[in-house]
Ligand binder design. Sequence first.
Ligand SMILES: [Zn+2]
Length: 305
Amino acid sequence: MARQEIKVVFNEQQIRNNPNPTYLGITLDRTLTYREHLTKVAAKIKIRNNIINKLAQTTWGSDANTIRISALALTYSVAEYCAPVWLNSSHTSKIDTQLNATMRTISGAIKSTPASWLPVLSNIAPPHLRRYYSLVREYNNHALNRSLPIHKYINNNLSQRSKSRKPPWKLAQKLINYNLNSKWTEEWRLNNPDKFNLIEQPTERVPGFQLPRKEWVTLNRLRTGHGKTGNMLHKWGLRDTPQCDCGHETQTANHIVEECPIRSIRGGMKHLHKATTAATNWLTNLDIVNTIPTYILYSIYLTNY
Ligand SMILES: [Zn+2]
């Protein structure tokens, strides 16, 4: 029945059937899966991600603050348009994949970095939690504003016109008293990839946001342990051994920062994380993390994983 075409004649002409009409910027489909809509939005975000990427490669405007604000304005605004309508769709992962790429650009994190690091390093709450937040805000607006025609449906517990298996309003009622930051903290605690215990509050901006691009990126790769260390390069088949040139058998981020007799920094990872002047100078002079251009690394990573 969903594929049935309705014949409408207007001025003696048959109106062309459109299975995916766009209404107020949302591409609809007969079963309200929002597949077409979210595919379109994901493609749009991808183009905007390219712009953000270019910005990150420039010598001006490439500090994390500027890239973050630009991403929120360019990418997130598109990615979250009318989110309360489609947030229960099973195709939201299309959006999240693109937003993860956005956050990777902001933080300089490489592809193998666990996804829960990305919101913390970018200081932007995880995409699905931001959508829940906008749903609750929208729902409360409707519930409190008596002059809106939709208001009466909310208080009458909604006599549904067309059935939806996952109506957003039902979710909104469950999420009453929703607190974005505490949800984020809760999810971070459940799935904490922070091996060095650097992050006390995932919702707080990490130190180093003001650093020049190269230092900021290096810092984040060491924090997460995912960067161009001997150990990782060996895993990706770019090096014969995972050894460090100091003689240690595996060159991990931990080894470079904490133990390496050639490079380690006094105070180790905890000190580095604070992005002090000494830590910044150390990052500038570090000879290890940026030796292979990212595009080569990226293509190798894509073929191996
Ligand atoms: Zn070493």
